[in-house]
Design a protein around this ligand. Structure first.
Ligand SMILES: NC(=O)c1ccc[n+]([C@@H]2O[C@H](COP(=O)([O-])OP(=O)(O)OC[C@H]3O[C@@H](n4cnc5c(N)ncnc54)[C@H](OP(=O)(O)O)[C@@H]3O)[C@@H](O)[C@H]2O)c1
Length: 183
């Protein structure tokens, strides 16, 4: 069955976007990253078969102009009507399956590594016990309010820290495995 990973940037106070979804703080922080610095995103993406993203993340990504996921297969979780650009229809689909059902289907379809993205979506996969590892890049800013990475889980989620990288420009990248004896 597929391994599910999170790879995300947060403010020090745990927000992935401002309340209105804005990522200007992240764009500003990224201007401090020296050209050519590798934060691990590209190697991570090379391991991924399928992205599962929430509707809000999808809507935000569409404002970027260029589609950022190349030829990767993307499943957008939503219960609302959605329009998918015909140019992306060969690789982007929508679903309202619950995390366990989607995970099982992707596994049956041969997916091995799934990238789960979007706050609510990550929270639902985490609560369902389906996240295997998280790479969290902490940006040195306190936003005070915003869209949180984490929310109610229904139970504690124990983590094993297996790597920390501190960058000279102030980012800290934390890499965790979810501690789960059952898998
Ligand atoms: N800092 C970063 O690295 C980073 C990374 C990713 C995203 N972001 C930002 O985070 C914000 C989005 O996060 P978010 O927490 O608002 O939400 P999200 O997870 O992107 O989207 C949440 C929505 O996805 C749909 N959804 C999720 N699970 C579902 C399921 N099992 N079945 C059906 N629909 C499901 C629901 O939409 P419906 O209303 O259609 O039911 C839900 O309201 C954006 O601003 C984005 O830019 C930041």
């Amino acid at each position: 069955m597929p391994i599910c990973s999170v790879f995300i940037a947060t403010s020090l106070d745990g927000f992935i976007a401002r309340p209105d979804g804005s990522l200007d703080w992240l764009d500003d922080a990224n201007t401090t990253v020296p050209a050519g610095t590798e934060l691990g995103y590209e190697p991570f993406m090379r391991t991924i078969d399928v992205l599962v993203i929430g509707r809000n993340t999808y809507d935000k990504v569409l404002t970027f102009g260029a589609w950022p996921y190349g030829s990767k297969r993307v499943v957008v979780l939503t219960r609302r009507p959605i329009t998918i650009d015909p140019a992306l229809a060969d690789r982007v689909s929508a679903s309202a399956e619950d995390p366990a059902a989607l995970w099982a289907r992707l596994g049956a379809e041969g997916a091995q590594r799934v990238y789960v993205d979007g706050g609510v979506t990550i929270q639902r996969f985490l609560a369902a016990g389906l996240i295997d590892n998280l790479t969290i890049t902490v940006i040195p800013v306190v936003l005070g309010a915003g869209i949180p990475l984490f929310g109610p889980t229904g139970r504690d989620v124990a983590l094993t820290l297996f790597d920390v990288t501190h960058y000279p420009f102030g980012f800290v990248q934390l890499r965790y495995r979810v501690t789960r004896p059952d898998r």
